[in-house]
Ligand binder design. Structure first.
Ligand code: NGO
Length: 580
């Protein structure tokens, strides 16, 4: 029986509630019912959208109330003759066709035919910067920026890149009435508020993580999560692919990882894994939405599932029993055996070959049973193996004491903003992704009565997730070292897509705004107002969410829903399916 680990100095408080599975989890049906109940109050006809209502807040929005645009039924989408821009135009058409019922053909901007009123234009000025560093010059739109001009005659999105056009399309989507989220045609005046937006991100890295190891989520669920990220201009999906409870990615050279190591999950369910074709599908879907997949192979700890499949990798060469609980820190690969490094090289090589993005995440957290020197030696070899694949290392901040590897990025998940080892690694060249556990760990409960989630890093409702600054969060780390932010969703207590959405929404938007919007726009009172307008959109799109009492959701009678909706939680006595 594994023992409860002691907290390491940099991980903050003892993670007490990780010892047991949450006492009782709501079923998806319960969560959906709770959300729908709340949604009833939100389904009031929403007020007309204003240009400044966008989440994440744009860098600059200049409304022109005299210039509102109404989408005509015969609208045509005009786009430059560039395949990536064309793909964005097709995406826009796919977003608008179901609710409007309009045909919305996509045409080449150079066609002789007179153009339609929706135009996507590549500006042709290459003003890109290194995506990993800072903003472009004052007037440049850069790698992901865009300009949106709405006049009575047309809506035009201009960008230097297809990614910029894509983000502009997400803004346009939010400026249309909430009914645009309907899967079937509705009668509506499709008005876009007039004016101009000029917008670009604060950080190059804006992400969320899905733990598919504690509970396995099928490909379709992952695709939907990618759609959620893309809506709010998040551009990285980190997949936590391996852990004690399951190995989720097929590796040809070590086939039992998936077939044996993948056949378990928390609570004893059947688990599952992605074939190479599944994983490619995820990566392709993400790429089309300008989202980069960051695969994580968690090493050297969190490896029980791998050891079950290949006992030769275990210290003592004895197969451990499969693990379906939620303790951490007990398993590790044998760092003294050369076979371990062959294994690591094979796995990283295959995963890198399947991954078009630049990153490979090595994990590195909570290897409590590996002595510090041995751990450092292991990490340095693993970092070199990542470099040999041509990728750049990302790892949890426990990697900090190891030697610097070119470009390496540490992911901070502590809870107190003080970590001299991480600050030192930054001085030696590391950059940081910020995921403070007490701010953006989306597996934390919203409130004591939240039906699922942990609370070892505290309770996190929307304001707590929003009200901090990634640029100044860690003592001794200069703002330039911050590559961005990421919200991890660990899934010890999360078992279905509805539960995933319940934990993402609305906090995901707080993280999206911290990652994208200039600090000058940071304002809780304004954010909660803008956020409120998204409730009706999620209801229309069928997205489950937590109707936080901190947000003034719109209601039909003009009062704030938050004053009338009690804490929304499923009624445990009303279960129509058995608890897990
Ligand atoms: C920790 C731990 C994970 C847990 C998570 C739960 C990190 C980086 N390692 O975060 O294994 O699932 O907390 O909140």
């Amino acid at each position: 029986m594994p023992t409860t680990p002691a907290a390491s100095p940099e991980t903050g408080p003892e993670p007490r509630d990780r010892v047991d599975v949450a006492p009782r989890q709501p079923t998806a049906a319960e969560l959906a019912r709770a959300a729908t109940q709340a949604a009833g109050d939100l389904l009031a006809p929403p007020a007309p959208v204003r240009l400044a209502d966008v989440v994440p807040a744009p860098e600059r929005a200049t409304p022109d109330p005299a210039a509102d645009f109404t989408l005509p039924e015969d609208a045509v989408i005009r786009v430059d003759a560039d395949p990536d821009a064309r793909a964005v135009a097709e995406h826009l058409a796919e977003l608008l066709r179901p609710a409007t019922g309009y045909p919305l053909p996509v045409t080449d901007a150079t066609d002789a035919e007179p153009g339609g009123p929706l135009a996507l234009t590549l500006s042709g000025t290459e003003t890109r910067t290194d995506p990993a560093r800072g903003l472009p010059g004052d007037d440049a739109l850069g790698d992901e920026g865009y300009r949106l001009d709405v006049t009575r005659a047309e809506v035009r999105i201009t960008a230097d890149t297809a990614a910029g056009l894509f983000h502009g399309v997400q803004t346009l989507r939010q400026l249309l009435p909430a009914a645009v989220e309907s899967a079937t045609a509705v009668t509506e005046r499709w008005v876009v508020p007039g004016g101009t937006i000029v917008d670009r991100p604060r950080y190059a890295y804006r992400g969320a993580m899905l733990d598919v190891a504690r509970h396995f989520f099928p490909v379709e669920d992952v695709l939907r999560v990618i759609d959620h990220l893309a809506r709010y201009k998040l551009n990285h999906l980190h997949l936590h692919l391996t852990d004690d409870q399951g190995w989720r990615i097929a590796v040809d050279s070590w086939p039992r990882l998936a077939t044996v190591g993948g056949a378990t999950e928390v609570g004893g369910g059947p688990g599952g894994h992605y074939t190479a074709a599944d994983y490619r599908r995820i990566v392709r879907h993400a790429a089309r939405r300008h989202v980069t997949v960051v695969p994580e192979i968690d090493l050297p700890g969190h490896t029980n599932a791998a050891l079950v499949a290949y006992p030769e990798l275990a210290p003592g060469k004895i197969a451990p029993p499969p693990y379906t609980g939620t303790e951490v820190g007990f398993s590790y690969l044998d760092p003294a055996d050369e076979r371990t490094y062959e294994f690591v090289a094979d796995v990283l090589g295959e995963v890198a070959a399947l991954t078009p993005g630049p990153w490979l995440h090595l994990g590195g957290d909570e290897a409590f049973k590996v002595p510090a020197d041995t751990y450092r030696g292991f990490v340095e070899r693993a970092q070199a193996l990542v470099a040999a694949t041509g990728k750049t290392v990302v790892g949890w901040h426990q990697l900090a004491p190891a030697g610097h590897a070119d470009g390496r990025v540490l992911q901070w998940w502590g809870t107190n903003g003080e970590d001299p080892e991480t600050a030192d690694a930054v001085r030696r060249g590391a950059r940081l992704i910020l995921s403070p556990g007490n701010r953006v760990y989306l597996d934390m409960k919203y409130a004591p009565e939240s039906p699922i989630g942990h609370d070892w890093a505290g309770l996190i409702d929307v304001r707590r997730a929003y009200d901090w600054d990634p640029g100044t969060h860690l003592t001794g780390v200069p703002a330039e070292a911050v590559l961005g932010v990421e919200a991890p969703l660990w899934t010890e207590t999360v078992t279905t897509l509805a539960e995933v959405e319940f934990m993402l929404f609305p906090r995901l938007l707080a993280v999206a705004e911290l990652g994208w919007s200039p600090r000058s726009t940071h304002d809780w009172a304004a954010f909660r107002e803008r956020l409120a307008g998204h409730g009706p959109r999620w209801v229309t799109a069928g997205i489950t969410f937590h109707p936080s009492p901190e947000v003034p959701w719109p209601t039909g009678d003009g009062t704030h829903a938050a004053t009338r909706i009690p804490a929304q939680r499923p009624d445990p006595d009303a279960a129509d399916t058995p608890a897990h």
